[in-house]
Design a protein around this ligand. Structure first.
Ligand SMILES: Cc1cc2nc3c(=O)[nH]c(=O)nc-3n(C[C@H](O)[C@H](O)[C@H](O)COP(=O)(O)OP(=O)(O)OC[C@H]3O[C@@H](n4cnc5c(N)ncnc54)[C@H](O)[C@@H]3O)c2cc1C
Length: 460
């Protein structure tokens, strides 16, 4: 028990979302607050994306769009300039390392705590496994059995890794040659000359290939996905006038794709790159998603999503160039096909893939298999203890497409019976079903500010 009278907030997750929510709570609250932040990986102030020590892992968004504050767009650039001045160096290019971004986040939090000494924040290195919600308080239980009582809880738990699209057959060695989570640090087990199979050809695959390459890996790498699409490179493009307005948002996927194609063609005729057209859609993306009926959202996921992902979530040019060089040198082979079977043996891995196009069955053998297939987009299949417990205790339910958690106004979790909670909130990737684009900093930073305003009673 504590006689501390400060409002107390529990934040589950130490990544960008949890960190910036804490910053806004402290900065916006008219009274000092107390925050308990939980992270099972102790990734406080960095999370999955910004923990990497590898300098080749660059941000995939330009520094000018990566301010932690929506209302202070040059905050990150000013911080970078300050660092450069201190080191007597030139300011860096448009895509800095993700590790440096983690430093920026931690420095932003430290500055906030220093400016508000009556507020406090405690990082708890533990996994939250269940919540008990009362009318005005919540009890969090961690995997070690400890219990903590707070006034409100915000889930900032990020993405969850997916299972392989087929269930692997395992021998006596079990999963000795399978790396299910590329962020677990297990890539260091891969020998320099080992052959590696990657399932997935998106941003995670790119990270893994760069990681292996910078460790001096010389073996061959095969990356497989249904379509074999890889993220496209950024280019310097100027602003493009918004062509979708709130009153003209298409209500079907067919109308949307036609409209975008038409605009891209018109832009190209004027010498404007498609990237500028796509970037101009950013402010409308969430409204566009919310305006689509559920059946249309489903259609988008089935038919358009793979194209959307590679055009919308691009990589820095140096990253794309390095990947392309590895492909040309034959070190990286990218294949389009559907996984048929996976066998995990004592000395390696064998996989059968039905190749896209000719449907021929191809066997791929390797020493290692790494699952790079991106975040789990089916919350019905998530085995995470906290999410399962929220569903079992009917405190939360999946959204209508099971892409994440169902949400009411002001980011309140909706229970199985459809009631929006007064004490439980969710932000960031887990609310994908409600907003679709909710994984990048420019989307999440707005949410952190809005939730903090609601929780501190300072909303306009
Ligand atoms: C490799 C990678 C690169 C990216 N690059 C960019 C980029 O350049 N620009 C950009 O805008 N976006 C990028 N993103 C998107 C990124 O998801 C967001 O920018 C942002 O980092 C998401 O932060 P988050 O805090 O919501 O999630 P995360 O960073 O995933 O943090 C969630 C944290 O919650 C913890 N957690 C989860 N469940 C529990 C539990 N039950 N108990 C305790 N702790 C728990 C986890 O340990 C984790 O540390 C990238 C994402 C990845 C994966």
């Amino acid at each position: 028990m504590t006689d501390d009278k400060r409002p107390t907030f529990g934040i589950v997750g130490g990544g960008f979302t949890g960190t910036m929510l804490a910053v806004h709570l402290i900065e916006q609250s008219p009274v000092p607050v107390r925050i308990l932040q939980f992270d099972r990986a102790a990734a406080f102030g960095s999370g999955v994306a910004y923990s990497t020590p590898n300098d080749k892992h660059l941000l995939n968004v330009r520094v000018g769009n990566m301010s932690a504050y929506d209302s202070r767009p040059d905050h990150f650039i000013k911080w970078l300039e300050g660092c450069a001045m201190e080191a007597g160096a030139e300011p860096r290019g448009p895509f800095v390392s993700r590790g440096l971004y983690g430093q920026y986040l931690r420095s932003t939090l430290s500055a906030c705590l220093a400016a508000h000494p009556a507020s406090s924040m405690i990082g708890i290195d533990a996994e939250v496994v269940s919540l008990t919600a009362g009318a005005t308080s919540v009890e969090l239980r961690t995997a070690d059995g400890a219990r903590h009582t707070v006034d409100r809880v915000a889930l900032c738990v990020g993405n969850f890794p997916p299972a392989l699209p087929v269930k692997p057959r395992t021998g006596e060695a079990g999963e000795a040659h399978y790396i299910a989570n590329p962020w677990s640090g297990d890539l260091s087990r891969i020998g320099r000359d080992d052959t590696v199979i990657l399932v997935g050809t998106g941003l995670t695959m790119v990270d893994v290939v760069l990681d292996l390459h910078s460790r001096g890996h010389r073996g061959n790498i095969t990356a497989v996905s249904r379509r074999g699409f890889m993220p496209l490179p950024h280019r310097d493009v100027g602003p493009y006038q918004a062509f979708l307005t709130p009153d003209t948002l298409p209500k079907t996927v067919m109308a949307l794709t036609r409209r975008v194609r038409r605009e891209v063609e018109a832009a190209a005729a004027n010498g404007v790159d498609w990237r500028a057209v796509l970037d101009s859609m950013r402010p409308q993306t969430q409204a566009l998603w919310r305006g689509l009926p559920v059946a249309e959202r489903r259609r988008f996921l089935r038919h358009v999503r793979p194209y959307w992902e590679v055009h919308r979530h691009r990589v820095a040019q140096p990253v794309a160039a390095e990947i392309e060089a590895l492909r040309r040198a034959g070190k990286l082979v990218v294949m389009a096909g559907r996984l048929q079977s996976v066998e995990l043996g004592a000395t390696g891995v064998s996989m059968t893939v039905k190749a896209r196009g000719d449907n021929s069955a191809q066997q791929i053998d390797g020493t290692w298999l790494v699952n790079c297939s991106g975040p789990q987009l089916d919350y019905d299949r998530i085995s995470d203890p906290l999410i399962r417990s929220l569903f079992d205790l009917i405190l939360a339910r999946p959204d209508s497409l099971s892409l994440g958690l169902d949400l009411g106004e002001n980011y309140r979790l909706v229970s199985k019976s459809g009631v929006a909670s007064e004490v439980l909130f969710a932000l960031g990737p887990p609310i994908r079903g409600n907003l679709w684009e909710t994984t990048a900093v420019p989307d999440i930073r707005k949410q952190c500010e809005a939730v903090a305003r609601h929780l501190t009673g300072t909303a306009a």
